[in-house]
Design a protein around this ligand. Structure first.
Ligand code: FAD
Ligand code: NAD
Length: 405
């Protein structure tokens, strides 16, 4: 093959880790490697709920791409992908067009709104730095407004979170930490503020260890979070939401609805014409798309079945990072005409924060963790990623070392 054009779309966990690995394993004489990303920074999606609640500044979460990618080896293009044309081997960007010999699609996720009326127009989502920063600003604005109106508007102090999966639970955990601080700052009686989590299943974190779910609910309720389970959010208006529970519709006044009830793959993937299953590309064992030997798909855009239960692996950073090892290896192998290897997921566990000083988790060999031990484990996982991505320098710059905050 002539010196191939390798194009990587998206600098999320999957895309940036693939790039960093390829810049080490391939020289500038071996391939032209191009990374395309909307922003000139990578962000840790797994910290966005903290930025949204205002407990962590977004500059801690984002990492300039130039800090981890060697710009003399990689051609970085800051632009937005608008379409992928697999039969023409082209990618359309807002401002230009790229041709590729080998493509890696790592464009991540977007919120799944299931056609629920008003969500797109009126709800916030924790999707990236911009949307998370907006939630923080919006909550603060409503607290600031509260004493500036003749008629007190309770909707300004009611925060509804749709969905009690890991994102919803981690977010209400951060809010539980942040609200007392905001109340102090804006002279608001804490008992007036409501954080309401609406979950469709009979319990939050459906399918997770019941003992840990109970622990999480108790911890969050003791800090003021209200749970409404077995309740489907049905409508989102500018100043209220409606949920249905036991056949009855209940309206809750709120100016802040945060939708955290599920994700789907970036819709650019489905529109590309590549075969999809539930909007994702069900990749072959070597992480390539069906029917396209020159396209790899990684992270939340890819679907891989868990052979143990016949269900797809949930979209996680853990899997996206693991996949990057196989994708980077296989991109190089394909470029050099060597044999490709298969991907095997190794689920090391799940740890979820409940604010800065509490957490729950199940780690290796089904070991349950909660409280400070789980909090420490969560920080270890986060720090391990920083070490992998940018070495000790990045870890020292961005790592989380304080277990009390
Ligand atoms: P992403 O990380 O979503 O990155 C996609 C990249 O593509 C971004 O840089 C984006 O800017 C870029 N992009 C998107 N569209 C375009 C476009 N059109 N043009 C150019 N660039 C584009 N998983 C865990 O394993 N552990 C956790 O603790 C955890 N916590 C989470 C907490 C929250 C609040 C959320 C929302 C998710 C969490 N997840 C967690 C899930 C995890 O974050 C995702 O599975 C992971 O981010 C997927 O990685 P990715 O590489 O596919 O894409
Ligand atoms: P999810 O799909 O895991 O959870 C969404 C929740 O919303 C479900 O419990 C579902 O029953 C509920 N729901 C759906 N429609 C609803 C409706 N109309 N009304 C009320 N509730 C409704 O989505 P997520 O929490 O955004 O997580 C996305 C992915 O990211 C998952 O794979 C998750 O494992 C991963 N994640 C992991 C962590 C962690 O490991 N700490 C943290 C956050 C996210």
């Amino acid at each position: 093959m002539k010196k191939p054009n390798i194009v990587i779309l998206g600098a999320g966990y999957g895309g940036i880790m693939t790039t960093v690995k390829l810049q080490k394993s391939m020289g500038v004489n071996d391939a032209n490697i191009t990374l395309v990303n909307k922003n000139d920074y990578h962000y840790q999606t797994t910290w966005l709920h903290e930025n949204a609640a205002g407990t962590l500044h977004h500059d801690r979460t984002r990492i300039p791409i130039k800090d981890v990618v060697n710009m003399s080896k990689i051609n970085f293009v800051q632009d937005t992908v608008t379409a992928i044309k697999p039969d023409e081997k082209k990618v359309k960007l807002e401002n230009s067009e790229l041709s590729y010999d080998i493509l890696v699609i790592g464009l991540g996720f977007e919120a799944a709104t299931f056609g629920i009326p008003g969500l797109i127009e009126n709800a916030f989502t924790i999707g990236d730095i911009n949307s998370s920063r907006l939630i923080r600003e919006h909550i603060e604005y409503n607290f600031a407004m509260y004493h500036n109106e003749k008629e007190k508007n309770q909707a300004r102090l009611n925060i509804v979170v749709g969905g009690g999966g890991f994102t919803g639970i981690e977010f209400v955990g951060e809010l539980a930490n942040r609200i007392p601080e905001l109340c102090k700052e804006y002279d608001i009686d804490k008992s007036l503020v409501r954080i309401i989590n609406v979950e469709g299943a009979p319990t939050v974190l459906p399918g997770f260890d019941p003992q840990l779910v109970e622990y999480a609910m108790n911890s969050l309720e003791s800090r003021g979070v209200e749970f409404v389970t077995g309740a489907m959010l049905k409508d989102c208006k500018p100043d209220s939401i409606v949920y249905e529970k036991d056949g009855k519709q209940v309206e809750v006044p709120t100016l802040t609805t945060v939708w955290a009830a599920g994700v789907r793959a970036n819709s650019i993937v489905e529109k590309s014409g590549i075969e999809t299953n539930r909007g994702k590309v069900e990749v072959r064992n070597d992480m390539r798309a069906p029917g396209y030997d020159d396209i790899f798909v990684i992270g939340d855009c890819a679907l891989i079945m868990n052979p143990e239960n016949g269900r797809p692996y949930p979209p996680t950073a853990q899997i996206a990072i693991q996949e990057s090892y196989t994708v980077a290896h296989n991109v190089k192998a394909l470029a050099e005409g060597h044999e490709l290897e298969g991907f095997e997921a190794k689920i090391l566990g799940t740890v979820a924060s409940l604010g800065h000083t509490d957490a729950i988790g199940v780690v290796l060999n089904d070991r349950k963790l909660f409280g400070w031990k789980a909090t420490v484990m969560k920080k270890v996982i986060d720090n391990r990623y920083l070490l992998k991505l940018g070495g000790l320098g990045l870890l020292l710059k961005k790592g989380k070392f304080n277990i009390f905050y």
